[in-house]
Each structure stands twice: as structure tokens, then as C-alpha cells.
Design a protein around this ligand. Structure first.
Ligand SMILES: Cc1cc2nc3c(=O)[nH]c(=O)nc-3n(C[C@H](O)[C@H](O)[C@H](O)COP(=O)(O)OP(=O)(O)OC[C@H]3O[C@@H](n4cnc5c(N)ncnc54)[C@H](O)[C@@H]3O)c2cc1C
Length: 460
């Protein structure tokens, strides 16, 4: 039975939105418009005390909770039918300490806001490739982006987190305090509590040389055969992810390329000035590109370069895999499914899991695929809900045909609902320890709206 939320309303500094309120539809909407869930209430928390109040209220009323950071998750795991949504979107404060190169971020902030706060100090926290993504969800899953080869995953730059646990208590997790929880948070997703604030080590990166070099789709095989050996051999200050895509029909792209299907690499080099030009020159000289969009820009500009192309409100269907090696068989699959891109926004990306990501051992953090080569994502995207079946069919067919060449697990932040076996496979040898820690920190699986790790000994 849905309880009255009057008591919760009275106990919060923030607000509670329920069905019938004018802003209910806005409050329940998430980034992926394919998700259409109807929570019992959305509690827009103002601070950690509000989060504690929500946890205690939900426990007392026997309500399912979902936790919303940036609301970006493809599977829409920030919202759930009939649940109390603990919505952190009002908690977005960011404090930069240039003296220690640390950045403290509340649990509802987005990466664009972190870039805007840290950039003027010449600092960047390693993040993903879209600025509207939530800091919380991306970090808790691992965090893969342009600085991964140089500085590791986002979790490799996490120094501590303030967490509200399932029993309503508040703890700090770091290398010195609750180190087992800190281990679990670095890759274990939203399973262990609500993170109200993160403290990151920032990297001294502000300007980069980067952008896309695009080739005809017919060159996919040649580009991939070159890329699979070249990328791992490069110094760590160079990163480059591979993708298949349709060139957007609008400026700054030349009109003759609008709507042309292509493959390419988005490069990022953090060396300064002439040294960066020199480092990227041989890579840009490969093959016969359709377009070379590499230029000097602030790191923040590259981190948000795709935001306008992928605004909130699009239909999205996601599949994912970790790739060990890009085999000849895999290249044949890319050559087959790239030309079948179902809509102009649909895309396949492979992000390097390389360089500094390999410095940590597989069991050092919950994120288990340290020795993978790439994290691949297959995303069918379109504004029109009528295309939903085509988006899904293309992403599923592509991923399923490539999967025999891939590793068993996938990056949990790139999955929608691929089932419990895939979640377990994605944690590899870390799964058993995660289940033990889940039993310690959340024995009733109170936080289960996520890529769920069930407590050891429980079937719920
Ligand atoms: C267009 C697009 C581009 C992306 N690019 C990248 C990329 O480059 N690199 C990368 O690594 N990932 C990328 N992602 C994936 C992204 O990391 C995940 O979607 C992530 O879940 C988003 O986090 P969020 O806070 O916005 O999500 P939400 O939808 O708010 O939440 C996602 C999950 O995290 C949990 N959660 C959220 N906030 C908290 C919190 N404060 N405490 C505890 N649990 C919480 C939720 O319960 C839920 O299970 C991308 C996603 C999209 C849609």
C-alpha cells in the first residue's frame, strides 16, 4: 500500500513530489526517454540529513527506494515504479582546494559542473565523455574517460566518500576509514549506500589537443587493424577511443559529409603546444581521413563536446561488453554491423581500458576488468519512440554477434538489464567479496535498484 508522505514532507528540508503534483512528470523523467517509471514519491533532498530521513521513512513503511544522482543511467535505475526516489539533484555543491588539488562534490552534481569548478584552477577530475552525466553513478561504477590511460579510472582518483548506509547511519569511507566499504564503492555501483559527497584527487590538466579523425566506413577493417596495436603502444598522455557513427548533419561538419556513415577515433593528448602536435601528427597521418577535427581546446570542452548531440529526452537502448583483443573475427563483425546503424544518432564506441587503469590489480578495487583492453558500448538512439524496436534489435544483434570475441563481463554503467549472470560475470573474482560486504552493510538488500549484488546467503 502507498503510504501518506505528509510525515516525510514535514521532516525534510527538501521537497516531496507525488503523483498529482504539477511537477511529477518532470521529477520522474530521466535522461533516457525509453524509461517511463511512476514512483510513489520523489524526495528532493537538501542535505545528508534529508537522505537519512528518507532511508528511515522507507524502512518504516516497507518501501522500495531508488537513488538518483544525475539520472543518466541507461537502464533508468535512478527511478523505480512505486518506489521512494531519493533524489540528490538539489545537492550539487562543489568545493575545489587548489592547494591540495582536491575536489569535493555533492552526490547530485554532474561532470560539467565539476569541470566548470575545477577548470579555472587548471585541474580536471577524470570523468566520462558527456558533461550531463552524474558524478555519483559514473564514479560508483568505475568511470572511464579521456584521462584513463594517464590517470586511471575515476575511482582511482577517489580519496573518500560520505555514505548513508541502509540502517540510516552516516560513515566516511576512505583508505583509513571503513576501507572495506571504500573498496566496494569503487566499482560496486549503488549497492552499498547513498553517497552524499565524494572527495577526488584532481589532475593538473586544463588544455588538450584532441577531437575526432573520421574515416569512410569502408575503412573500418584497416583502421581497426592499425588501432588495435597502435593504441596500446602509445605513451599514456595520449588516449583515443574508436567509434562507428553517422556524421551529424550540421555545422561544424562540412555539408558534403552530413549524414555520411563513418568510423573514427576521438583523440586526446594532454601534452602542451608543439609537443602535443608532434605526438599526434603520426596518428593523424594514418590512412585517408574524411575529416580531421583535432584542435587545441580546454579539457572541459572535450569532456562536453557531445552534449549538444545527445541531449536528455532521446530513446536509447544499450548493450555492453569488455573486449580483451580486437580479433580479426571481431573486425568482421564491426564491418557487418557498422553499415546497419539504424538511425543517425546510433553508435558503437570502444573506450581504452589501458595504461594507468592496468596499474591497479584486479582485486584492488571492486572494478574487476582492469586487464581488459576496451569497454565497448552498442547504443541505438533516436528521438522517435516508434523506432524503439529497431534501436534494440540493432544493438542486441551487434553485441550478441561480437560477444564470442569478448570477455564474459561488461562495464556495469553501460548495461541496461542484462540479468544477474551478467552482473556476476562483470565482477569476476571480486563478486564473492562484494556479496560478503553487501551482507555486512546492507543485509536486507535495501538498496536493490541497481546492477544488484545480493547479500551472501540471501536469495532476495
Ligand atoms: C550519453 C551517456 C554517456 C556516457 N558516457 C560515459 C563515459 O564516458 N564513461 C563512463 O564511465 N560512463 C559513461 N556513461 C554511463 C554512466 O556512467 C552511467 O549512466 C551512470 O549510471 C550515470 O550516473 P548518474 O548518477 O547520472 O545515474 P543515475 O541514473 O542517477 O543512477 C545510476 C545508478 O547509480 C546509483 N546512484 C546514483 N547516485 C547515487 C548516489 N549518490 N549514491 C549511491 N548510488 C547512487 C543509482 O541508484 C543507480 O543504480 C554514459 C551514459 C550516458 C547515458
Amino acid at each position: 500500500m502507498i503510504p501518506s508522505f505528509d510525515k516525510l514532507r514535514a521532516g525534510l528540508r527538501g521537497s516531496v513530489v507525488t503523483p498529482g503534483d504539477a511537477d511529477y512528470d518532470e521529477a520522474r523523467a530521466v535522461y533516457n526517454a525509453m524509461i517511463d517509471r511512476r514512483p510513489a514519491a520523489i524526495a528532493r533532498c537538501s542535505d545528508a540529513t534529508d537522505v537519512v530521513t528518507c532511508v528511515e521513512f522507507a524502512r518504516a513503511e516497507g518501501l522500495t527506494v531508488s537513488v538518483r544522482g544525475g539520472g543518466h543511467n541507461a537502464g533508468g535505475l535512478g527511478v523505480w515504479d512505486d518506489a521512494l526516489v531519493i533524489d540528490l539533484s538539489q545537492m550539487r555543491d562543489i568545493t575545489v582546494d587548489p592547494a591540495t588539488a582536491t575536489v569535493t562534490v555533492q552526490g547530485g552534481a554532474t561532470w560539467r559542473e565539476v569541470d566548470e569548478a575545477a577548470g579555472p584552477h587548471g585541474l580536471t577530475v577524470p570523468c566520462g565523455i558527456i558533461g550531463s552525466t552524474g558524478v555519483a553513478g559514473l564514479t560508483l561504477g568505475g568511470g572511464i574517460g579521456y584521462l584513463a590511460r594517464q590517470a586511471g579510472l575515476t575511482i582511482d582518483n577517489l580519496l573518500g566518500a560520505d555514505v548513508v548506509l541502509a540502517d540510516g547511519s552516516q560513515v566516511r569511507a576512505s583508505a583509513d576509514e571503513h576501507p572495506d566499504l571504500f573498496w566496494a564503492l569503487r566499482g560496486g555501483g549503488g549497492n552499498f549506500g547513498v553517497v552524499t559527497a565524494f572527495t577526488f584527487r584532481a589532475q593538473p590538466v586544463s588544455a588538450i589537443l584532441g577531437g575526432p579523425v573520421l574515416y569512410p566506413l569502408s575503412a573500418t577493417g584497416d583502421v581497426l587493424r592499425w588501432y588495435r596495436t597502435t593504441l596500446p603502444s602509445l605513451p599514456r598522455h595520449i588516449n583515443g577511443w574508436f567509434g562507428v557513427l553517422t556524421i551529424p548533419a550540421g555545422p561544424p561538419f562540412p555539408e558534403e559529409l552530413w549524414g555520411v556513415k563513418a568510423c573514427g577515433i576521438v583523440w586526446c593528448c594532454t601534452l602542451e603546444g608543439g609537443a602535443a602536435q608532434e605526438a599526434l601528427a603520426p596518428l593523424r597521418a594514418f590512412g585517408t581521413p574524411l575529416l580531421d577535427g583535432v584542435m587545441e581546446m580546454p579539457m572541459a570542452a572535450l569532456n562536453t563536446a557531445f552534449d549538444a548531440l545527445y541531449p536528455p529526452g532521446l530513446q536509447m537502448y544499450w548493450r555492453a561488453d569488455f573486449i580483451g583483443e580486437i580479433t580479426d573475427k571481431a573486425i568482421a563483425v564491426h564491418e557487418k554491423h557498422g553499415p546497419l546503424l539504424p538511425t543517425p544518432l546510433s553508435t558503437m564506441h570502444m573506450y581504452p581500458i589501458d595504461g594507468a587503469v592496468h596499474d591497479a590489480a584486479q582485486t584492488d578495487t571492486a572494478f574487476a576488468y582492469r586487464s581488459a583492453g576496451w569497454a565497448a558500448v552498442f547504443v541505438g538512439i533516436d528521438p522517435d519512440p516508434a523506432t524503439a524496436d529497431n534501436l534494440r534489435d540493432w544493438a542486441v544483434a551487434y553485441q550478441e554477434e561480437l560477444h564470442p570475441t569478448a570477455l564474459p563481463g561488461a562495464y556495469i554503467n553501460f548495461m541496461m538489464d542484462e540479468g544477474q549472470d551478467r552482473v556476476q560475470a562483470s565482477y569476476g573474482p571480486n563478486f564473492a567479496r562484494l556479496q560478503q560486504l553487501k551482507a555486512t552493510y546492507d543485509p536486507t538488500n535495501f538498496f536493490h535498484v541497481n546492477q544488484n549484488i545480493k547479500p551472501l546467503g540471501s536469495s532476495t
